[in-house]
Design a protein around this ligand. Structure first.
Ligand code: NAD
Ligand code: USQ
Length: 395
């Protein structure tokens, strides 16, 4: 945390994907810190919920209701724009030219690895949507000549999870290249992507797009390589039932910590995939907000290469995580055949120099898991009308 609360008064912040799990609380946070906030979302995620016949366990209000409730609570009016970033380039270009944002936070992608791997349709949609959204945005910034700070939510999964004893750097790798003519050249390259899903592949492709538009057009970009997000409520989403954040628990969009918490509350066993020795990086949603505002306060200098920042609070294995949840709740643990193709006993060391140097102090499971379980128990008691919707075992 920084010593004093950041101040974004007078700054215009555009949140792409501002109806989502990460985007909605981020929009509220920037608004509460004084920024003029606009949300752009095509509500595709709500449509995917309907397609998959799943829903957030919290009763999320419609986007206009959310915006209205926030105006009532805070007196701050957020702009709302609803169109598809992948297919409506003119609308995007015109909106940017009109708003002239100082900061753009880009969350607007299909973010589920299982969704991208469940069918060729899921894979094609993930590539088509994510790559086109990112490229349309970059092309529109180049065309309009605007110079906002673009903050993208990327993923630690771009590095792959089997890093064979190497501590993962923040985006760039120093290498000595052995040329075919026998000469050695030292250089820094973007860490070679090793995605485990088509979704993660889209983030690897995003990295190349960012590198090109940064080098050619001088766009100022921060790419946050984020771990698995958990938790749900933030200081702002608690202020009114219409502001509640989404809580995904299904096997496609529910991330593992939130699934384990709901399983424990529901009295069903925790579903550990495979050996459970997979190590992952995790971050609570409130820490995510701290990191995004820290990044927003410290934009790259003009001419600086894409700033790649590893964003997580803690690394642990799924077994360690399940043991913690079980110790707090008495939940049993089930080991299921792993539905994913992923390394199951990876060493995983990831540097986090930049955020630490900016003053980020992470919350760990030790610090906040028990309180989060209690909190989610309370939220679900009031927010989840149909308890039978709770986790079904399986993938
Ligand atoms: P989410 O699915 O809840 O939200 C994404 C939002 O983007 C949705 O509201 C969706 O409607 C919107 N969107 C998607 N395509 C769009 C398009 N073409 N035009 C306009 N809007 C569009 O996902 P999330 O969990 O909030 O994740 C947000 C971002 O953060 C993603 O890019 C994801 O890769 C990244 N991230 C998430 C996590 C996590 O654990 N949730 C971890 C690391 C990184
Ligand atoms: N897992 C289980 N049991 C479950 C669900 C998942 O053991 O019930 C395991 C998975 O096999 C995997 C790990 O938990 O090993 C994480 O899975 P997840 O579904 O929680 O998260 P993941 O697919 O990695 O994706 C999430 C977000 C994605 C983001 C990524 C960050 O959905 O948008 O990019 O976390 S990272 O993992 O660092 O790449």
């Amino acid at each position: 945390m920084t010593a004093s609360a950041p101040d974004f008064k007078g700054r215009t912040v555009l949140i792409l994907g501002g109806d989502g799990f990460c985007g909605w609380p981020t929009a509220l946070r920037f608004s509460s810190l004084g920024a003029n906030v606009a949300i752009l979302d095509n509500e595709s995620r709500r449509q995917i919920d309907a397609e998959l016949k799943v829903r957030s366990l919290t009763m999320i209000s419609s986007l206009p209701e959310r915006i209205l409730a926030w105006a009532g609570e805070s007196g701050n009016h957020m702009g709302l724009f609803r169109f598809d970033l992948a297919t409506d380039y003119p609308a995007l270009r015109n909106l940017l030219a009109e708003l002239q944002p100082d900061i753009i936070v880009h969350f607007a992608e299909q973010r589920s690895a299982p969704y991208s791997m469940r069918s060729s349709e899921g894979a094609r949609y993930s590539i088509d949507n994510n790559v086109r959204v990112t490229h349309n945005l970059l092309a529109a910034l180049a065309e309009t000549g605007l110079d906002p700070h673009l903050i993208h939510l990327g993923t630690i999964g771009v590095y792959g999870y089997a890093n064979a004893g190497l501590q993962l750097p923040e985006g760039y790798l120093r290498v000595t290249a052995h040329g075919p003519d026998g000469r050695d050249v030292k250089k820094e390259i973007v860490y070679p992507g090793k995605p485990d899903s088509v979704y993660h592949l889209t983030k690897v492709l995003d990295q190349q797009l960012f590198a090109f538009y940064n080098q050619y057009y001088g766009l100022r970009i921060t790419d946050l390589h984020q771990g698995v997000v958990w938790g749900t409520q933030t200081a702002e989403t608690r202020r009114n039932p219409h502001l509640v954040n989404r809580f995904d628990h299904d096997p496609i969009f529910g991330t593992v910590v939130n699934r384990f918490i709901v399983q424990a509350i529901d009295g069903t066993p925790l579903t550990v995939y495979g050996s459970g020795e997979q190590a992952r990086a995790f971050i609570h949603i409130r820490d995510m907000l701290t990191c995004i505002t820290l990044a927003a306060e410290t934009p790259p200098e003009p001419g600086e290469r894409v700033r790649i920042v590893n964003q997580y609070s803690e690394i642990c294995t799924l077994n360690a995580l399940a043991a913690r949840v079980s110790a707090l709740t008495g939940a049993k643990i089930d080991y299921l055949k792993n539905p994913r193709r992923e390394p199951e006993d990876n060493e995983f060391e990831v540097s986090r120099t930049i955020l630490t140097s900016l003053g980020f102090e992470p919350n760990t499971f030790e610090d906040i898991l028990a309180a989060e379980i209690a909190d989610i128990t309370d939220i679900l008691a009031t927010q989840s009308p149909d308890k039978s919707e709770f986790l079904k075992p399986g993938i």
